[in-house]
Design a protein around this ligand. Structure first.
Ligand code: HAM
Length: 419
């Protein structure tokens, strides 16, 4: 049997790549406009990093990590997300001692052994940001406003922005009691995972996908009713700032993210348009004010989000047809191919993207190929053109043809492209 890619992992071939480039470029531009700088982290990390930060009772850690033993020694894991690595790097390089506020972004593959479905893969790409050193709530609002603006700039209009606060340790303590009081009578009806979660981390029950658990969770008391005064003021501040910015949002007291590290602000943006199906969370994020300290750093508040690039691509309208070649050089006779190669280099040195078919072949077949790859210009070079120091410049878009001195060929193409 021939070998195939691992289930849930996809190849991205050149015919799809321009949309990826467009998305990544737009993301970089947007976040760099807010002072974020790119960081790149290893794809493999010590397993303990994810267990300690994402949490032992989360689906990710319990069921979805690709974990292996490195040559019989260390337990390593393919990163299921980027935040834990960012925090590890932030602590490891003592970044908090160098700058008061740190703004990082990253783009890269993540790995979760989930059940593959439309919009849900085992290797998927995230683009995310993390801010360290600002306790908010203004930065929370700015980050949410930034990403909502970004999504709309991609032409994705039907979205819903959900925000919630899950408070700090004091709120969580009070809420835990209330939640346990509510869940206890249902204990026997919950799935075995949730029965365990009730003891270890009852908040996780609210994020369970098992239908009966979700039904029970739907009527659970809202954490928003249990916010401590400071958490309430923080959440009010977030909403007031979003109102000033005119950023649309809906408060959803039942929004519990699938990772344990969150405190206070949490948010998701859902895509409502066709094409996404059930996996409609375009991005998720929130504040994680305790994580830097719990991984060995000094107390540092932090907030961030990550977007699923495959899901954004599914929701984005198609752009103009891909053009990756400006000029296709056509060699009118087989024995001018050396000179055609030289012409190609001249044009590339002048900043053009140039293709040719150096295998030879008829004029007609070379022109057909120029059309097929959507080149804008076919530049024909034959013996008589070489002798006269000219080229034939065929504009495939405008269907015009012109004889141009070879020394002016690149400038003419540039002029046509910028029209
Ligand atoms: P997350 O909600 O687990 O958060 O993932 C963020 C986004 O990644 C999701 O909203 C979704 O678009 C995409 N995603 C997740 N799993 C898959 C999958 N199996 N296939 C395709 N796309 C997927 C985090 O990862 C946090 N690190 C976000 C964050 C950053 N919080 C603070 N800073």
């Amino acid at each position: 049997m021939s070998l195939r890619a691992v289930k849930g992992m996809k190849d991205i071939l050149p015919n799809e790549i321009s949309k990826w480039h467009r998305l990544e470029h737009a993301f970089r531009q947007r976040v760099e406009g807010y002072g974020f700088r790119e960081a790149r982290f290893p794809i493999v990390e010590p397993t303990a990093l994810f267990v300690r930060s994402i949490g032992e009772t989360t689906d990710i850690v319990e069921k979805e990590m690709y974990t292996f033993t490195d040559r019989g020694e260390k337990s390593l894991t393919l990163r299921p997300e980027g935040t834990a690595s960012a925090v590890r790097a932030f602590v490891q390089h003592s970044v908090q001692a160098k700058e008061p506020v740190t703004k990082w972004y990253y783009i890269g593959p993540m790995y979760r052994r989930e059940r593959p479905a439309k919009g849900r893969y085992r290797q998927f790409y995230q683009a995310g940001i993390e801010v360290f050193g600002d306790s908010g709530p203004f930065i929370d609002a700015e980050v949410i406003d930034m990403v909502v603006g970004f999504i709309s700039s991609l032409g994705i209009s039907e979205v819903e922005v959900l925000i919630n606060s899950i408070g700090g340790p004091e709120t969580r303590h009070a809420y835990r009691e209330a939640l346990l009081g509510y869940l206890t009578p249902y204990r026997a009806e919950l799935c075995s995972d949730c029965q365990r979660r009730m003891d270890a981390n009852p908040l996780r029950v609210l994020d369970c996908k098992v239908p009966r658990c979700a039904e029970i969770a739907a009527d659970a008391p809202s954490i928003l009713k249990h916010l401590a005064d400071e958490d309430r003021a923080h959440f009010d501040g977030l909403q007031e700032t979003l109102n000033v910015l005119g950023t649309p949002y809906r408060v959803d007291g039942s929004l519990v993210r699938g990772l344990d590290y969150y405190t206070r602000t949490s948010f998701e943006v859902l895509g409502k348009g066709a094409g996404l199906g059930a996996q409609n969370a375009l991005l998720g994020g929130g504040r994680y004010d305790q994580m830097v300290k719990s991984l060995g750093g000094s107390q540092t508040p932090a907030i961030g989000f990550a977007m699923g690039l495959e899901r954004l691509l599914m929701a984005m309208p198609d752009g103009p047809p891909d053009r990756h070649v400006d000029v296709f050089i056509v060699a009118a006779q087989a024995d001018v191919r050396a000179e055609a190669t030289l012409l190609g280099r001249e044009l590339r040195d002048a900043g053009l993207r140039v293709e040719s078919d150096l295998r030879g072949g008829s004029l007609k077949s070379q022109l057909r190929r120029a059309d097929k790859i959507n080149a804008r210009i076919a530049m024909i070079l034959g013996e008589s053109e070489i002798e006269a120091g000219v080229v034939q410049l065929k504009d495939l878009q405008e269907q015009t043809q012109d004889e141009v001195p070879r020394t002016q060929a690149a400038a003419r193409v540039h002029a046509l492209l910028s029209e």
